[in-house]
Design a protein around this ligand. Structure first.
Ligand code: C2E
Ligand code: CA
Ligand code: CA
Length: 687
């Protein structure tokens, strides 16, 4: 009963009241019936920043600038009137900071149970409220996160999962609670993987890494998993939080990107970038292991014809089918790539000797022998191949590819459907060509070109009716270079355009002079190369030149070869029509060599046929050539065209042509092509 004694000894209201006031963690205040403060405790003073002396005897509204002091006074009156306890939550702004309290107001009673004032207990809940609110927020964040979150207990059994976890795994929350997350195992990782993982979590409290799991529907997917242990004060795990994101979409995107950047979308073969990469890797291995390596460059022959005549869709389908045949060839380690268009490449990284590449090359040629069947049509296509070998032809990617390219050109030149190895002679020839191209550029600037003229004679009158302008290159060191040696190169390099313009000007300049001096009907024949003929400005250039030298269109005849016309009949026909509208004369050169059909011949709006020299050369009565020449002359007459026989060297040839009714001849028998001054002298005598 000791404690009771103690209690009794302190059992005076005043002492008990004072100590409660002093130690209460809540704010306590007592007001009399007029609303004046009678007592407040230390906590009250601390929270509201006042002293007891400042406040006792004052009204609430005297001390505090409370917005709702009216409401407070009202509440006090209700307590007094109803003699009841009221409990409310109030927000009070103290020094500009909003704080929340639980407020209990109770009637202050005398020992006679009469109300003598109001007591008030204010317990602050600001922090609790903040925690409550923010915990809700964190929960919301977790619930709606795109990452899956799982909470487990210390044994690793699932306590809760969020929405993403259910979406990614395909399991419902209720199917998971109480289970071990290993229900998701894909079987891709072995025991030691999980052992190592748990070892790390136990030791360090966390682990992260890529894991392959299985969805409820059986699908296996990669995820990036992070596991954190939740530890108590003693460092003992009370549970675990797992967090992961689904990597499958990212993986797919990565794969797609790789596919796009390294593979050709049409054939799915490696593209140029990947080919170069593999070649570079192959080269370093070949260097280290000292074995040869081969690069094969493949170019389909006349693929453009398929594209142009059957359309690009058929062209694409054909490429796909070709690619399918190609991949059946070669070894696992070989790379068959599509470099673009109708160009393919093969890398043979492990050769025992250079000659083995020829077997592979022949296989690629042979695999195309059987025709392709596309949209009901049978299509034949062949391929030309250039081969370069490491180490003999080069030791780097660019060098080997360039040399294979040169070899490919050679294969094309040799009539296609064949392969060709790179050789030093090839390289030399290319150097020579490049050198010549360079020299030719200089030659145009330094006026090393000149025109020769070969007279054309009418067999009716035995007089000169015109001449063919033939270009010569007077090289300062090499002397006179015939056009066969440089026209094809000029054509290939594009130099034919400036050179052709010069030829045209020079021919017109000289002819304008001779027309004035000797014969107003004199016609100069100027050869046009294929590239010139296709150029859009050609007609304008010619007209300007004629204007410059005041030459009538009737004084010039443009010679285009039969093969140039046949290359693209539609376009050629249009260009020819445009020429004729401008009153320019047209001749078909080298007639008989370009396979034009009679049907076309009728449509071509030309003035003259030049029978190719090859038919005149072996002209003996009753030969095949004689028959051809006879027919051509007859045909030209029927179509109302002039006929010129070129390359007439003998009297017999001349006699035959005369007998057949050929109108004009040109050839060494009458005159070789002559420099301008010599030609002029010849002209003067034969007009
Ligand atoms: P082409 O247009 O067929 O010219 C006729 C060629 O035959 C000329 O050779 C000429 O010298 C040669 N020739 C003429 N009569 C005889 C003969 O009786 N016997 C023999 N064996 N040959 C004869 P050239 O001047 O060497 O020209 C060769 C080719 O170069 C020309 O063939 C033409 O395709 C081209 N060419 C010449 N000059 C020009 C030009 O100014 N522009 C263009 N684009 N090409 C030209
Ligand atoms: Ca000609
Ligand atoms: Ca000719």
């Amino acid at each position: 009963m000791k404690s009771l004694d103690c209690f009794e000894s302190f059992n005076t209201n005043a002492v008990l009241f004072d100590s409660v006031l002093k130690h209460s963690p809540s704010c306590l205040a007592f007001k009399n019936l007029s609303g004046q403060f009678v007592r407040v405790n230390a906590k009250f003073c601390h929270v509201f920043g006042v002293t007891e002396q400042e406040i006792v005897g004052k009204l609430e509204s005297d001390v505090f600038q409370l917005n709702d002091s009216v409401a407070f006074a009202e509440a006090d009156r209700a307590v007094i009137k109803q003699v009841k306890v009221f409990e409310t939550e109030v927000d009070i702004s103290i020094n500009g900071i909003q704080r929340t309290f639980i407020q209990v107001k109770f009637p202050w009673l005398t020992p006679q149970q009469e109300v003598c004032g109001v007591g008030c207990v204010l317990t602050e809940t600001t922090r609790v409220k903040w925690l409550e609110k923010n915990y809700g927020l964190a929960q919301k964040v977790i619930e709606n996160a795109t990452e899956a979150v799982v909470f487990t207990d210390a044994k690793g059994l699932i306590i809760d999962v969020n929405n993403a976890y259910q979406t990614i795994t395909g399991y419902q929350r209720k199917e998971l609670i109480g289970k071990n997350p290993n229900v998701l195992k894909s079987g891709r990782h072995d025991r030691s993987f999980y052992q190592a993982m748990w070892g790390e979590i136990k030791a360090q409290g966390h682990w992260s890494g890529e894991v392959w799991d299985r969805r409820k529907n059986g699908e296996i997917y990669p995820k990036w998993l992070m596991i954190n242990a939740m530890l108590d004060e003693e460092g003992v795990a009370t549970g675990y939080v797992g967090l992961f994101s689904d990597l499958s979409e990212q993986k797919e995107a990565e794969e797609k990107l790789e596919e796009l950047s390294f593979y050709d979308p049409l054939t799915h073969l490696p593209n140029r970038i990947l080919f170069h990469d593999r070649l570079s890797v192959g080269l370093s291995i070949a260097k280290r292991e000292k074995h040869p390596l081969a690069v094969l460059l493949l170019d389909l022959d006349r693929f453009k014809i398929v594209n142009d005549s059957l359309g690009h869709n058929v062209g694409d389908e054909l490429l796909e089918l070709i690619a399918k045949r190609f991949v059946t060839l070669g070894r696992e380690s070989d790379t068959v790539a599509r470099l673009g268009g109708d160009e393919f490449a093969v890398l043979l990284p492990e050769l025992s000797n250079a000659e083995d590449a020829s077997v592979v090359a022949q296989n690629f040629i042979d695999v195309l022998l059987e025709p392709f069947c596309l949209s009901g049509q049978s299509i034949n296509i062949s391929v030309s191949i250039g081969v370069s070998i490491f180490p003999s032809d080069g030791a780097d990617v660019d060098g080997l590819i360039k040399r294979a390219e040169l070899a490919l050109y050679k294969a094309k030149e040799q009539g296609r459907n064949t392969y060709h190895y790179f050789s030093q002679e090839l390289q030399d020839a290319v150097f020579e060509q490049l050198e010549m191209e360079d020299e030719m550029r200089h030659a145009i600037l330094n006026q090393q070109f000149t025109l020769f003229y070969q007279p054309k004679i009418s067999l009716k009158t035995n007089k000169i009716t015109g001449m063919e302008a033939l270009v010569r290159w007077i090289h300062p060191e090499k002397g006179l270079i015939p056009p066969d040696k440089f026209i094809p190169l000029a054509e290939e390099s594009g130099l034919i355009i400036p050179l052709g313009e010069w030829i045209l000007q020079e021919a017109c300049r000289a002819t304008a002079e001779w027309v004035k001096k000797y014969d107003e009907n004199l016609v100069v024949a100027v050869n046009l190369s294929a590239r010139q003929f296709k150029s859009e400005d050609l007609l304008k250039t010619i007209q300007n030149t004629l204007d410059t030298f005041q030459l009538d269109p009737k004084n010039i005849e443009l010679e285009i070869t039969e093969s140039c016309v046949m290359e693209n009949v539609e376009n050629a026909l249009q260009t020819m029509k445009d020429f004729r509208k401008s009153r320019l004369r047209l001749a078909i050169d080298d007639f008989g060599t370009g396979y034009s059909s009679l049907g076309y011949l009728k449509q071509f709006p030309m003035n003259t046929l030049k029978i190719d020299r090859s038919f005149i050369m072996d002209l003996t009565p009753d030969s095949d050539d004689a028959a051809i020449v006879e027919v051509v002359i007859l045909l030209a007459k029927k179509l109302g065209l002039d006929v010129v026989a070129e390359g007439v060297e003998t009297d017999a040839q001349l006699a035959f042509l005369r007998a057949q009714g050929c109108q004009y001849v040109q050839g060494y028998l009458l005159s070789r092509p002559l420099p301008a001054d010599e030609f002029e002298a010849f002209l003067k005598d034969n007009i």
